[in-house]
Design a protein around this ligand. Structure first.
Ligand code: SAM
Length: 296
């Protein structure tokens, strides 16, 4: 009954409203995921701000929308702001879309929403697909509480710090990563979280070759060492808890164990191999640290 009532209310509300900014979710692969309401807004607003006019132009062509497009991306969002607010000021309506998914989620949007709200314009979201929540709900990992990290920082020192924090997080964490960085990310997660930590990697969500790969860091690393990562990936990492903590040891503990084995008479390369398997640290890394400490 509630659903029907809500539906009727939506039907009665005539959209688009003047002086309103619509944040519109668009498909992350499958065009069938564009909602009828999103389609209708994209055909009737005064202007659509988008990341890439060529790319969004193709979407508008498919839905037969004649609404003009204006580029709005990370390199011009500041200069575009007043131009876009002017449309709302003149009682027009505005839609913001990104290349795919929900604007504002690792895509341009938050600054424009902030500016619109600061100037007392209405902001309404036409919800649509988002890779993070889509990957989360099919992961089989706890989803009642979760963290979204998006892309990790590029700068090495910041990336390392962020990964250390993620490894300590109790809640499930969602990360976006590019295909050519995926194996490096898995290697780093293996060291910090232990190779038994649950993980589920969603590839090409909603598309023809959609795949979901799990269940531990060790298993997915093996998989991607055999199958070169291609396409778009969303990583869902299980939280830190006592069960999956057992393999996580600090660098100095790992080196300590290595030295104990060697002092017991084990050859250094075999000892490094054994400790690598036990801890998730790379054999070559352990080996190089060992030699550095011998050189001192
Ligand atoms: N705003 C978008 C959203 O709501 O999902 C995210 C934009 S962000 C720039 C793009 C990243 O999202 C990709 O690099 C990938 O990590 C993830 N992603 C987007 N589409 C995906 C898909 N179909 N399957 C898996 N991950 C996807």
């Amino acid at each position: 009954m509630d659903l029907i009532d809500n539906h009727q209310i939506q039907q009665e509300r005539s959209e688009p409203c003047s002086g309103t900014l619509y944040i519109v979710g668009t498909p992350i692969g499958n065009l069938g995921d564009l909602s009828p309401r999103a389609k209708s807004i994209l055909k009737t607003v005064s202007l659509i701000a988008c990341e890439d006019t060529r790319r969004s132009g193709q979407l508008l062509k498919i839905i037969k929308s004649k609404v003009p497009l204006l580029s709005y991306h990370k390199h011009n969002f500041k200069s575009r702001q007043s131009q876009l607010l002017k449309i709302l000021e003149n009682s027009g309506s505005l839609a913001l879309i990104s290349d795919a998914g929900l604007p504002g989620i690792n895509d341009p949007g938050q600054e424009l929403v902030h500016a619109a709200r600061s100037n007392n314009y209405e902001v309404i979201c036409i919800p649509g697909p988002c890779a993070a929540t889509t990957a989360l709900v099919i992961s089989g990992l706890p989803s009642e509480r979760f963290c979204f990290e998006g892309f990790l920082p590029k700068k090495q020192s910041l990336r390392k710090k962020r990964l250390e924090n993620i490894s300590q997080e109790n809640r499930t964490t969602v990360i976006y990563e590019s295909p050519h960085q995926l194996i490096k990310l898995l290697e780093d997660l293996s060291i910090l979280c232990g190779k038994e930590r649950p993980i589920q990697i969603a590839r090409e969500l909603t598309k023809r070759y959609e795949e979901s790969i799990g269940k531990t860091i060790e298993e997915v690393t093996k998989y991607f060492n055999k199958n070169k990562p291609r396409g778009e990936f969303t990583i869902v990492l299980g939280g830190n808890n006592n069960n999956n903590q057992k393999n996580r040891i600090t660098e100095s503990e790992a080196l300590n164990r290595l030295n104990i084995l060697i002092n017991q008479g084990e050859k250094s390369n075999i000892a490094a191999q054994k400790i690598a398997e036990e801890t998730g640290y790379k054999k070559n890394w352990l080996y190089s640290k060992l030699h550095k400490s011998l050189d001192k």
